[in-house]
Design a protein around this ligand. Structure first.
Ligand SMILES: Cc1cc2nc3c(=O)[nH]c(=O)nc-3n(C[C@H](O)[C@H](O)[C@H](O)COP(=O)(O)OP(=O)(O)OC[C@H]3O[C@@H](n4cnc5c(N)ncnc54)[C@H](O)[C@@H]3O)c2cc1C
Length: 390
């Protein structure tokens, strides 16, 4: 059990949420010499509701931070081709070696989040799991000056800091407590059911699209494949409730008979998991003594598989703003985040609407690819600040 009383009474930065966004931000701030406390109410190394395909910018971040070899050493397969299936048409894309990224990958969250937390701790951050944020402390002018935390035994503690960072996910408590404004909201959402399979013969990752349904196969750790089946959010209940296995198999079959048959022959590890969908948002993500990063500040539909990449990108944008500008100069963080994200948000909303024909979704993917190139170029152009060598 975490003994909260051994915590210092004050840190430069307290980060709530120790997954991809929070742990990466903590690592970068700690590498730059700041005193950082990173807390999460869940346990170390646990899984979360998420498939985990990384886009080029996400892999680039892991590479720039020196963490990619550690991720790959955990039996994470290199993904060298991505194949899009539009009905019966196949478009196969080879991953071009560029900016030091030779392949994509999709590490399980039990692997990726743990490695990021270890890197944060290794850089000097104080990390506490099983600890929840209960409330924020406020000073003159309503400035956020600290956090009220509690462990599983109900022990409370108040910790002071210059900045509180909410990396606490889509339903962020920090965002609620500071009453962060919603700047943009999506108009559509998809839902999905996914699971892990052994014995599936598939090379590279595969993304299938037909009218009103999508599916995907993503190679992940230890020879397993993550397989998802997706339909418009409002149809979650009618598609999957009652018999999730049957609904899953039917959506795969609708996308591709071959895919449905291959998955039927493979062995499901554990169980299928369902996500009923949620609207996307872009929130005001900084204020007096606080900031939001990852899904807390900006969440979009999972159908474009870009949330972890966003989190790793924005962790560095925010960390740089804190290091270079200080707690009162975080507006630049949000300006850049929004400039890099608006197109991704709009395109994702269109894809998640399922209001397209196969030619239109192909065009949306071309636009998505252009937006992802811009974000990769932005990251490539960043100077190595904060100091990135461990
Ligand atoms: C079904 C699904 C599939 C997805 N597939 C992909 C994909 O293929 N590729 C991709 O890039 N993205 C994908 N995403 C999106 C991705 O999961 C998110 O963008 C990502 O998890 C965001 O990370 P985060 O660190 O911001 O927040 P989270 O991963 O949500 O972590 C937030 C953390 O905050 C902690 N927390 C919350 N409240 C408190 C509190 N009060 N006190 C203490 N701790 C707290 C939680 O315990 C949690 O550990 C998917 C999402 C879903 C739902």
């Amino acid at each position: 059990m975490d003994t909260l009383r051994t915590l210092c009474p004050r840190y430069d930065v307290v980060i709530v949420g120790a997954r991809c966004a929070g742990a990466a931000t903590a690592m970068l701030l700690a590498r730059a010499g700041l005193d950082v406390l990173l807390v999460d109410r869940q346990a170390y190394g646990t899984d979360t509701m998420s498939t985990h395909a990384l886009m080029r910018a996400g892999v680039l971040q892991l590479s720039r931070w020196g963490l990619l070899p550690t991720v790959m050493a955990e039996a994470t397969p290199a993904i060298r081709t991505t194949t899009f299936h539009y009905g019966g048409e196949e478009v196969s894309v080879k991953i071009k070696p560029e900016h030091g990224v030779e392949y994509l990958c999709a590490p399980r969250r039990t692997v990726l989040d743990r490695i990021l937390v270890d890197a944060a701790r290794g850089a000097g951050a104080e990390v506490r799991h099983g600890v929840s944020l209960i409330d924020l402390e406020r000073g003159p002018g309503n400035r956020i000056t600290g956090v009220r935390l509690q462990n599983g035994s109900g022990d409370p503690i108040v910790v002071g800091c210059d900045v509180v960072i909410g990396a606490d996910g889509r339903l962020s408590r920090v965002a609620q407590l500071v009453q962060a404004r919603t700047l943009l909201q999506s108009s559509s959402s998809s839902c999905c059911v996914y699971g892990y399979f052994e014995g599936l013969e598939q090379d590279g990752s595969h993304w299938h699209f037909v009218e009103n349904a999508a599916a995907g196969v993503i190679p992940t750790n230890h020879g397993q494949h993550c397989v998802f089946a997706s339909v418009p959010g409002p149809t979650f209940r009618t598609t999957f409730r009652g018999n999730i296995k049957r609904g899953f198999a039917e959506v795969l079959q609708a996308n591709s008979r071959t895919l449905g048959e291959k998955v039927a022959r493979a062995r499901l590890v554990d169980r299928l998991r369902g996500f009923a969908g949620a609207p996307g948002h872009m929130r005001q993500s900084f204020g007096s003594g606080w900031a939001l990063v990852g899904d807390a500040g900006y969440f979009k539909d999972p159908l474009t598989a870009h949330g972890i990449t966003d989190a790793l990108r924005d962790a560095e944008l925010l960390a740089s703003a804190v290091i270079n500008g200080g707690p009162d100069r975080l507006s630049g963080y949000q300006t850049v985040r929004d400039a890099l994200s608006r197109a991704l948000f709009r395109i994702t909303d269109s894809i998640a609407s399922f209001q397209w024909n196969l030619e239109e979704v192909k065009e949306l993917h071309a636009e998505l690819s252009a937006a992802m190139k811009s974000e990769t170029n932005h990251l490539v152009g960043l100077s190595q600040v904060p100091p990135l060598a461990a």
